[in-house]
Design a protein around this ligand. Structure first.
Ligand code: SAH
Length: 244
């Protein structure tokens, strides 16, 4: 297989012989920053059609084009796992989105809980982080980052058949997550991580009463929300996901 150093997400159908027009930012990156020239090879993916080998056919300051040569690898989608998390400070929220994409979350949903400080998020910026993470980690799938949604609204219209791994700091060290997840079994799932202040008593009561929610512990120590997100996705992937 042709060795390539660059992977680029392109919002364009991919197929043998297909030509792709690059936008200004992509042209700047490929030709300005990475110094690629006509004839250079790179990998492209669009989140649907697998990974393709592409060749530079035009290279300019403000634009350029590529031609798809060969399929390099099939489309690989992650398991049907959502990450619900309460946005925290900007850098830590960016970290959570980047890590969730690397860890194979299929959808990332920022949620507003009783103790969430953030009133709004920059969905476009978070989506760009998820895309960059996919480019970097060799994935062919880019998780969608949703707009900020109220946790109460989400729970009130919870999708039928989806289970919720409720990471509950209130039972830290008391409930073996791996064993509980395996006992519930595979299928569509979501992971829920609370904010720095944790969940309110009302939220915890509601989640403990919900048939679709499985409360779990992430060990005896209280983790920061960003650590907890990565730890929870690890435990889920190992128990029910695509790690095995
Ligand atoms: N301030 C809270 C902790 C919040 S930690 C307190 O002191 O209780 C942020 C989030 O990470 C929590 O809401 C929970 O979803 C998750 N979390 C952190 N450590 C955890 C643990 N040991 N078990 C389960 N969830 C945990």
């Amino acid at each position: 297989m042709t060795d390539v150093k660059i992977r680029l997400f392109v919002d364009h159908p991919l197929g043998a012989g297909q030509s792709l027009v690059l936008d200004k930012a992509q042209a700047h990156y490929l030709f300005g920053v990475m110094r690629q020239q006509i004839g250079a090879h790179l990998a492209v993916f669009n989140g649907k059609d697998g990974e393709w080998l592409a060749e530079v056919t035009e290279a300019g300051k403000r634009g350029g084009s590529l031609r798809c040569v060969d399929l390099r690898g099939p489309q690989v989608n992650p398991p049907d796992l959502w990450l619900l998390f309460a946005p925290i400070k900007k850098a830590r929220t960016d970290f959570i989105v980047e890590k969730a994409a690397e860890m194979g979350a299929a959808r990332i949903v920022p949620v507003q809980t009783d103790f969430t400080n953030a009133e709004r998020i920059r969905q476009d910026r978070l989506q760009a982080h998820a895309l960059e993470a996919a480019e970097q980690c060799g994935g062919t799938f880019v998780p969608e980052v949703s707009d900020l949604t109220k946790l109460s609204a989400l729970l009130a219209s919870w999708p039928e058949g989806r289970k919720l791994m409720f990471c509950d700091e209130g039972i830290a060290g008391q409930a073996d997550a791996q064993a509980l997840l395996k006992a519930v079994g595979a299928g569509p799932w979501a992971v829920l991580i609370g904010p720095e202040g944790g969940f309110s008593a009302a939220e915890r009561a509601r989640l403990h009463a919900a048939a679709f929610a499985q409360p779990v512990s992430l060990g005896p120590r209280i983790l920061r929300a960003d650590t907890a997100a990565v730890a929870a996705l690890t435990v889920w992937q190992q128990a029910l996901g695509d790690w095995t």
